[in-house]
Design a protein around this ligand. Structure first.
Ligand code: AMP
Length: 477
């Protein structure tokens, strides 16, 4: 160990000195029993339930390193691919969702948090983001901007779904949308972004399912064939799907029960009934995907049951070691959505990740989480006057760009130093009672164990010099 020659002034007060002696290994922290008092409830008051509402969760500090990692990756990739961030409100007029998503869908019929405001407006918590972003696109005249217009958004969405693992009533989506281009190269690019984000997050065994459902016009002939087919199998379908045969037969493909899946397996497939342009579009997309070497399979049953989708639809999964598909996100083209809202015809493509699902998968594969920068300096204090002075010194150190930690609430210097040791800082600054009176600071080098007393106004320059030296020391080791 390199021992630094000390020039310490003899002004360190004895009691302070004693306490700065070598810090022993940290003692186990005694677990305090948490006693919660029963809240006082007035007779006519409802009981206070200190729990989140069903399907909602707190994202606690212990989990934030995963969320921060996800935010970091999204920010980096969205900027690299030329996406501008957009944030829309959580509440919109209800028909912003009902019209494009379509009645008859679970989202609209069963899962929307719709309510009337005190002012009498019919509004809803957003169950997804695409419709809100399309509304914003028109409201703010984005059509005059140079195309393609690329937007990225991330935030909560709400569906009154049956909560289970990975399915919540409040969940987070991260969405990439491109407006103004119908070239399939953008469909491929959006899938490439999805792939790169998943790779960045350390998610493995990624797989895309892709299909084309044609344009709204060209789909009409196909829908007729589908109706004929499902009618012929009507007695094999559960009653709620029978109703869909005449209203929206495509949605039967979204069914999860075995009987429906069996019936759907023999149904006519959309890719066999595409118009010429949609077929060409799909063929070109597949060529781009091959060129990019993206792992995909064509899934002729994939329709993604929202009314606004046209042509390309896709989903992205992670396959686990048991062959189970873990759905992480999905998207597709919505070439008719802006027009449906009264805007000019504007082709568009987008997709959304379920952020909660990404984090579940990151935990499952033990992917890297965000590492916050470590403080290099700790500030300890002893006595009332020192406490007052340390607040300003903390701000000065922090403003000089040096990452500093403290535990001001802890009285005993021993406890503070133990905390400094646990954080692994290189320097600890101590203002004891004497130092507070003298306007000095003790600087303890945690690597060498040496300490010096320096004038308060020289402290930051001194710390900076020492940090440089200790960085060299660590390198040498
Ligand atoms: P969708 O808008 O239904 O295509 O959903 C896009 C992605 O959001 C899905 O692939 C899921 O990862 C995620 N997602 C949808 N619904 C939920 C939910 N209730 N809880 C958690 N994640 C969800």
């Amino acid at each position: 160990m390199v021992r630094k020659k000390t020039t310490a002034k003899k002004t360190v007060k004895k009691s302070t000195k004693k306490q700065i002696k070598k810090i022993t290994a940290k003692k186990p922290v005694a677990v305090k029993k948490v006693i919660t008092k029963k809240p006082v409830i007035q007779k006519d008051e409802e009981q206070l339930v200190l729990q989140t509402v069903r399907g909602m969760r707190d994202i606690l500090p212990g989990d934030q390193a995963y969320w921060q990692q996800v935010r970091k990756v999204f920010e980096k990739r969205s900027i690299e691919y030329g996406f501008s961030r957009i944030d829309t409100p959580i509440i919109e007029f209800e028909n912003i969702f009902t019209r494009p998503i379509g009645t008859g869908t679970d989202i609209v019929d069963k899962e929307m948090y719709s309510f009337r405001t005190k002012g009498g407006d019919n509004v809803a918590l957003r169950p997804e983001m695409t419709a809100s972003i399309a509304r914003s696109y028109i409201q703010h005249g984005m059509m005059i901007l140079p195309k393609p217009i690329k937007l990225f958004s991330m935030g909560p969405a709400y569906r009154y779904d049956r909560p289970q693992e990975g399915r919540y009533r409040e969940f987070y989506q991260a969405e990439f949308d491109i407006f103004g281009e119908e070239d399939p190269i953008l469909d491929a690019q959006i899938m490439q972004i999805a792939y790169r984000v998943l790779k960045d997050l350390g998610i493995k065994n990624i797989q895309f399912s892709v299909n084309s459902i044609g344009t709204v016009e060209s789909r009409q002939e196909y829908l007729k064939l589908l109706k004929v087919y499902f009618r012929s199998k009507k007695n094999k379908l559960p009653s709620r799907y029978k109703e869909m045969i005449s209203t929206n037969p495509l949605r039967i493909f979204d069914a999860k029960d075995d009987k429906c899946i069996q019936v759907c397996a023999g149904a006519p497939q959309s890719i066999d009934h595409l118009d010429k342009e949609s077929r060409e579009h799909f063929k070109n997309l597949l060529e781009y995907l091959d060129e990019l070497d993206l792992p995909y399979t064509i899934d002729p049953q994939l329709v993604r049951g929202l009314d606004y989708y046209t042509r390309t639809v896709f989903e992205v999964y992670a396959n686990d070691e048991f062959g189970k598909k873990r759905s992480l996100g999905g998207g597709g083209r919505f070439d008719g959505l802006i027009e449906l809202f009264g805007g000019e015809p504007t082709p568009a493509i987008g997709f959304a990740f379920g952020v909660d699902r990404l984090i579940m998968e990151m935990k499952r594969v033990k992917a890297k989480k965000y590492q916050a920068p470590q403080p290099r300096v700790f500030l300890a204090q002893l006595g009332e006057l020192a406490k007052k002075k340390s607040l300003q010194l903390f701000a000065d150190i922090e403003q000089s760009g040096i990452l500093v930690a403290e535990s001001f609430g802890r009285g005993a210097l021993q406890k503070q130093l133990r905390h400094a040791n646990k954080l692994g800082v290189e320097l600890t600054l101590i203002i004891g009672q004497q130092e507070a009176l003298d306007d000095t600071v003790i600087v303890k080098n945690m690597l060498t164990g040496t300490q010096e007393t320096v004038a308060r106004d020289k402290a930051i320059a001194f710390v900076r010099k020492n940090l440089k030296a200790s960085a060299k020391l660590v390198k040498k080791k």
